[in-house]
Design a protein around this ligand. Structure first.
Ligand SMILES: NC(=O)c1ccc[n+]([C@@H]2O[C@H](COP(=O)([O-])OP(=O)(O)OC[C@H]3O[C@@H](n4cnc5c(N)ncnc54)[C@H](OP(=O)(O)O)[C@@H]3O)[C@@H](O)[C@H]2O)c1
Length: 277
């Protein structure tokens, strides 16, 4: 598996995101928890060693399923978590970014995942937060100094927010949305490439839109004999060597198409054509 260095570990650039494990309906959990756990196990069996999760997926549901599916965790598995938001009763995500909330969320993630230290925690920027961003990021730095986490990252950031965070503490990774259907924030991606900071592209299948029959990728994928999912991820991996992808699936049968992206190179011309499309 083509790998890169993230949070002091060598991991493949195809990751796995647990948000789908919590099920389509927030708070209630997945319709079939066994299938959800089989999906995450299938990802790890296929060589995935980077998992993105959060205590607010569910809430708690994704982390608990992850722990049930994988404990004892493989030694080389890197689980990245996120704090700075919470799920409101209507299922939407809202800011929860005071230093106290960040510290409580890190402790919750530790307990839910059943680990003593988190290797990588992202502070997710929420536009509705009234807390100065530097204070949210600073809380992660304090927890790192206390030994509860090893590395601090940021998520959903603009270039300005990334620079503000880097002025507070070293930033180990950026987790932002980027894919063929969402090209905004290229300046952040380019800044991470220039600075040698790993960039984790979340929602890399456009939350499923890029794998639908109506996707701009579908006809190209068919001609190339790969799935649209493989094409979408390979396109992202080809952008820069510091990019990893965080697709999510609750279907164990979908994992092979995701992992296949690491060995697929787009024909010359198609990369630019998809950017234009
Ligand atoms: N930092 C943040 O603010 C943030 C925000 C959103 C998401 N994320 C991260 O990004 C991860 C992925 O996001 P996401 O799950 O919303 O979107 P996604 O990975 O872009 O797309 C997931 C959708 O694609 C489908 N799918 C996956 N693999 C497929 C395949 N091989 N063939 C056909 N369909 C496939 C899934 O359905 P099936 O389940 O049926 O496969 C699901 O409907 C999350 O789990 C989370 O870790 C982070």
């Amino acid at each position: 598996m083509h790998s890169f260095t993230l949070a002091g570990r060598t991991v493949g650039r195809i990751g796995y995101g647990t948000m789908q494990l919590a099920g389509p309906k927030a708070m209630g959990g997945p319709a079939d928890p066994q299938r959800a756990k089989a999906a995450v196990r299938a990802a790890v069996d296929a060589g995935v060693r980077l998992i993105d999760t959060s205590g607010y997926y569910g809430p708690e549901v994704a982390n608990r399923l992850l722990a049930e599916a994988l404990r004892p965790y493989p030694e080389d598995l890197l689980i990245a978590t996120k704090v700075g938001a919470r799920r409101s009763p209507d299922g939407s995500f809202v800011a929860d970014a005071t230093p106290e909330a960040v510290k409580a969320a890190v402790r919750d993630n530790l307990a839910q995942l059943g680990v003593e230290r988190l290797p990588l925690v992202h502070a997710r920027f929420m536009p509705d937060s009234t807390v100065p961003w530097a204070e949210t990021v600073g809380a992660l730095a304090e927890l790192r100094d206390e030994g509860l986490l090893e590395h601090a990252g940021v998520s959903n950031v603009t270039r300005e927010l990334l620079d503000q965070a880097r002025a507070v503490t070293p930033i180990a990774s950026v987790e932002n949305e980027f894919h063929v259907g969402h090209l905004g924030g290229r300046d952040v991606l380019d800044a991470t490439t220039a600075a040698g900071i790993p960039y984790l592209a979340f929602r890399p299948l456009g939350n499923g839109a890029l794998v639908k029959e109506t996707s701009p990728l579908t006809s190209h994928a068919r001609q190339l004999g790969v799935s649209a999912a493989t094409l979408a991820l390979a396109w992202l991996l080809g952008l820069a060597p510091n990019v990893a992808v965080l697709p999510g699936t609750s279907d164990p049968g979908h994992v092979a198409d995701l992992v296949a992206a690491q060995d697929f190179s787009l024909p010359s011309g198609l990369r630019a054509a998809l950017y234009e499309a």
